[in-house]
Design a protein around this ligand. Structure first.
Ligand code: NAD
Length: 321
């Protein structure tokens, strides 16, 4: 039986990944500062531990580990990474985790390590036009990410690359573009736009006001969690190492996205655009490389992903009263 270690297994993508690996017959160890918040972990072994501590990393990655999935990071939505308040934490916490993980994977001769980078590595200058953002993998340099979170991701991409070159690490790197779905952060200050908007619509009365940060004309694309996991698994099994985009090309403005959520909810709402952190003007995945190398494209369109996510967030809002 193959043995996988999922770092960040108490988080949104990590907890779903554990379920996926279990359904594929893996023995799985999950590691996180916390257990998953919205369902019980499916991991065979779940270690509550701080991956900034090298002793914890040493303990959880052992000699017969076939695959490591490194998803642990200090991160959140625009309200967390664009205000500047959390920059030192983001750089230091995530940087330390990755520095320990690469070293330990080499020492323990881990078969393959997957690292989740982000679309936030792409230069701001290519994402000023909401209708025409440029995010192909090769456009990442000269580097100019719009957040320290993006700079840390870029540093860590390079860290995994250097350990591959100099120490024979078998690293696979993906740049996730806005992954969403049920059981993600939705009301703790770390939620991202899709979850925040679903929550606001779910909480609004018929005809009520929904506040949207910025002018709402900023564009994004969103990838449903199941599709993200399909792509991660394909990448890990392939002989391609990336970095490669894992995202959707179905771009939408945030106001249009809000209208879509309202339509799915069956409510009429009034959108009020207010000041708030928004990030770049436009961002969408460019899937040419992932399609060429892995033959992958998302199975879920935006609407079907939003239907599943809205339904879950709505039930959370109702439970809280
Ligand atoms: P998440 O915040 O839900 O999960 C990250 C997990 O890492 C959390 O459970 C957190 O507790 C854990 N963690 C943080 N510091 C830790 C530490 N010191 N020790 C142990 N655990 C620690 O985020 P997510 O959405 O599941 O994202 C997973 C990964 O994918 C992250 O690396 C993130 O940067 C990357 N990513 C996500 C998206 C997205 O849209 N969700 C987009 C781009 C990149």
């Amino acid at each position: 039986m193959k043995k996988a270690v999922v770092l960040g297994a108490g988080g949104f993508i990590g907890s779903h990944l554990v379920k996926r690996l279990k359904s594929e017959g893996y023995w799985v160890r999950g590691v996180d500062l916390k257990a998953p918040e919205y369902s019980t972990t499916k991991a065979d072994d779940f270690v509550i531990g701080d991956l900034r501590d090298v002793k914890v990393v040493n303990q959880v990655i052992d000699l017969n580990t076939d695959e490591v999935y490194q998803l642990a990071a200090d991160m959140g939505g625009a309200g967390y990474i664009f205000t500047g308040d959390n920059d030192a934490h983001v750089m230091h916490n995530s940087g330390l985790i990755n520095l320990h993980v690469v070293n330990e994977c080499v020492k323990k001769k881990v078969g393959v390590v997957f690292y989740s980078s982000s679309a936030c590595v792409y230069p701001e200058r290519n994402q000023m036009d909401p209708d025409n953002p440029r995010c192909e993998e090769s456009s990442v340099y000269p580097a100019d990410p719009d957040s320290e979170y993006g700079w840390e991701k870029l540093f860590s991409e390079r860290l995994y690359a250097t350990f591959s070159r100099n120490h024979g690490l078998n690293a696979k790197v993906a740049r996730f573009h806005n992954i969403f779905g049920p059981e993600g952060a939705w009301n703790n200050g770390k939620e991202k736009a899709p979850a925040a908007i679903c929550r606001k619509v779910a909480a609004a009365p018929e005809g009520g006001v929904v506040e949207v940060w910025g002018d709402g004309k900023q564009t994004r694309s969103f990838l449903f969690i199941d599709d993200c996991l399909d792509a991660v698994r394909l990448l890990v099994k392939s002989d391609f190492s990336g970095p490669v985009n894992i995202g959707s090309e179905e771009m939408i403005s945030i106001n249009e996205f809000t209208k879509l959520v309202a339509e799915i909810s069956g409510k009429k709402v009034v959108i009020k655009n207010i000041e708030g952190p928004t990030g770049v003007r436009g961002r969408s995945s460019d899937n040419r490389l992932v399609e060429e190398k892995l033959g992958w494209q998302p199975n879920n369109d935006l609407r079907s992903g939003v239907e599943k996510t809205y339904s879950w967030i709505n039930s959370q809002v109702l439970q809280l009263g």
